[in-house]
Write a protein that binds this ligand. Sequence first.
Ligand code: NAD
Length: 355
Amino acid sequence: MSQPKTRGEAGAAKTPRAGKDDLILVTGAGGFIGGALVRRLHERGFNRIRAVDKKPLPHWYQRTPGVESWCMDLSDEANCRAAVRDAVEVYNLAADMGGMGFIERFRIECLRSVLINTHLIEAAYRAGVQRYFFSSSACAYNVKLQEDPNCRALKESDAYPAMAERGYGWEKLFSEMVCQEYTAERGLKTYIARFHNVYGPWGTWDGGREKAPAAICRKVIEAKDTGNKEIVIWGDGHQTRSFMYIEDCLDGIDRIMHCDKLIATPVNLGTSEMISINDLVSIAEAIGGVRLRRKYDLEAPRGVAGRNSDNTFIKQVLGWEPRTPIRKGLVPTYRWIEQQYRDRKAGRQTVRDIY
Ligand code: NAD
């Protein structure tokens, strides 16, 4: 069965890009990708950005001066109506999420993010929003295709027949469908990117929601600092993934959001450079200038055995794909986490993940 593809009448008429004085809403703006997107939009000269997140403002990872920043829970319908008022473009990056340690343990929290997209898209449609972006995930793919570390890369049609990751993946798949139907039935232009593991400075690096690249950098930094030259790796280290640097992710969001060939059409946004967790550890060790004894925790959450992004479709449509090699992108990431680690040790405020 092929993936459901729905293009409403909205696809026919060209919509100009938002102007510099048009209002742009970014949700999840207190988090990693949302915070980086707000900064990028501001740098590009957009004057009216509304940034919304349920976290209290002091806990946002990045706050861009001159941007309207609201602390608001978007699982509430009335809040969604207020957030989208006057918006021309909406980027929905709000979700309760984290690395495998979080999404395997807190499936209900992950599923409840369905409320955010459900209320936000309805409010966006009613408010006459021109473009609506939804941040989906590679976790929406059928897990049966990811049982081997050397499995083939996932192409967009592999989401169906559906057997998404429990909790988080099903929420993403359902919300994708909601976006597709708002295009098909009501003509709202929706854009759906399936992100594959995003990493970079200003991401979650501690506290239980961090993902593999940040967790491994932190463990290497910790081992160096404490002199305990051992690293605990979740699983057997043979699991494979591809990792996308944050700046590539931001480029991709912009390109996808403004490509009318991609209306209501889920597309992979990730690199196709697949590496094992063991290789990721070796890269972090090389950056830190240290070699550690590896201990494998086979009881820890490890996720699917293998996952990579097939970029045939995105290259065909956009003539572009994320390209930053992990060896390059992990350097600023490691350095940033090292600084956070030092700051925390010195009792200074660091990026925290408090809900
Ligand atoms: P993040 O956890 O750093 O940011 C998400 C933000 O959403 C958080 O700040 C959180 O407070 C906010 N949020 C949660 N529930 C909310 C609510 N009810 N109302 C308002 N705000 C709420 O995560 P991220 O890495 O920046 O991810 C952004 C989006 O990209 C999410 O939709 C995520 O599922 C998706 N995604 C991320 C990755 C990745 O590797 N980081 C991979 C696949 C998909």
